[in-house]
Design a protein around this ligand. Structure first.
Ligand code: GLU
Length: 326
């Protein structure tokens, strides 16, 4: 086979390969059978693809064990000379997290596209085959390798940094914050608009299995500081706060967080608002409190970046802030 002609497809489970049992429950195939639906879809899409099964889970169960195998395989693929790109099929619940983590961890970069489906493989209207075909087209496109990790759903191409799941059911469940998708796919024709601006920091040496625990604390009105204290007690390295509005936290919580910073913990303020940017300052004096502002990263992505920075040995607040601002 000529160099860099084939697409490597890595399957991890999700609705795109799932079916419903007789009692209306979603089932994922055994690992050994999990690649079969994708092999058939690849044949129908007419692309030269090879399919390997990494896992077969609903992505609510995605985590460091599957990430370890996935990252190891993609890092290896980036060094091999036969792949034009990689497509990862994934459940949609945590698709945006895996996409962003792969963008951070895969170095050297390779064309990397993630996709999934909202309707199961045995649903006659399943969006899986169309999403998969579009993902293969994007992975094969000459401009894709420079774009970081991309998510392709509903013929839209989203940058990993900005994509989020916006609906629990139905089509068009994905969107990008800020300027929207970076491109579109029309009947296999890929058109890029704005550049995806992949995250500039790469953590090519960080192993997913060794990511430190970082807590995620959801803020709300009438919040009890005991919940914050309990989270901080089990997450000594760092915590991301899904704050209110532009990253505000109730005063009693800010007090707990400042004490945590004084003990050497890292606090990152993000926002529970979809697509909400959190700059330094605003109603909270980050310099005074010793907090980091998440900039444009959602809480779950801010958490992954902080994990990578800590795993890389970074503990200086200013340098961590600089990474979030990059
Ligand atoms: N909860 C499952 C998952 O994320 C199904 C949702 C889906 O794939 O759309 O894998």
């Amino acid at each position: 086979m000529a160099d860099r002609e084939a697409i490597l497809v890595l399957t991890t489970g999700g609705t795109i390969v799932s079916h419903y049992d007789g009692e209306g429950r979603k089932r994922y195939p055994d690992l050994s059978a999990s690649a079969e639906p994708l092999v058939a879809m690849a044949e129908r899409a007419g692309q030269r693809a090879e399919v390997e099964a990494i896992a077969s889970v609903g992505s609510q169960d995605m985590g460091r064990i599957v990430w370890h195998d996935l990252v190891a395989r993609i890092r290896r693929a980036a060094e091999e000379d036969r792949w034009r790109g990689v497509v990862v099929t994934h459940g949609t619940d945590t698709l945006e997290e895996t996409a962003f983590l792969l963008e951070l961890l895969v170095d050297p970069p390779i064309a990397l596209v993630l996709t999934g489906a909202m309707l199961a493989a045995d649903n006659p209207s399943s969006d899986g085959p169309a999403n998969f075909a579009a993902a293969l087209s994007v992975a094969a496109h000459v401009r894709t390798a420079a774009q970081g990790a991309l998510v392709v759903m509903d013929d839209e191409i989203h940058a990993a940094r900005r994509v989020f799941k916006r609906a629990t059911h139905g089509a068009r469940a994905f969107a990008s914050s800020g300027e929207g998708p970076v491109g579109f796919v029309t009947a296999g024709y890929v058109e890029y608009g704005s550049a995806a601006a992949p995250f500039p920091h790469r953590f090519g040496q960080v192993e997913p299995a060794l990511l430190p625990e970082v807590g995620l604390l959801a803020c709300h009105a009438d919040m009890n500081p005991h919940l914050c204290r309990a989270t901080l007690a089990v997450m000594p390295g760092g915590v991301v706060v899904a704050g209110l509005g532009d990253g505000n936290v109730p005063a009693p919580i800010a007090h707990e967080l400042a004490a945590f910073v004084a003990r050497g913990g890292i606090v990152v303020r993000s926002s529970r608002v979809d697509g909400g940017r959190v700059p330094c300052g605003g109603e909270i004096d980050d310099d005074l409190m010793g907090f980091v502002a998440a900039n444009d990263l959602s809480p779950c992505k801010a958490r992954l970046l902080l994990q990578c920075l800590l795993a890389d040995g970074e503990t200086e607040r200013e340098r961590i802030q600089a990474a979030f601002d990059a």
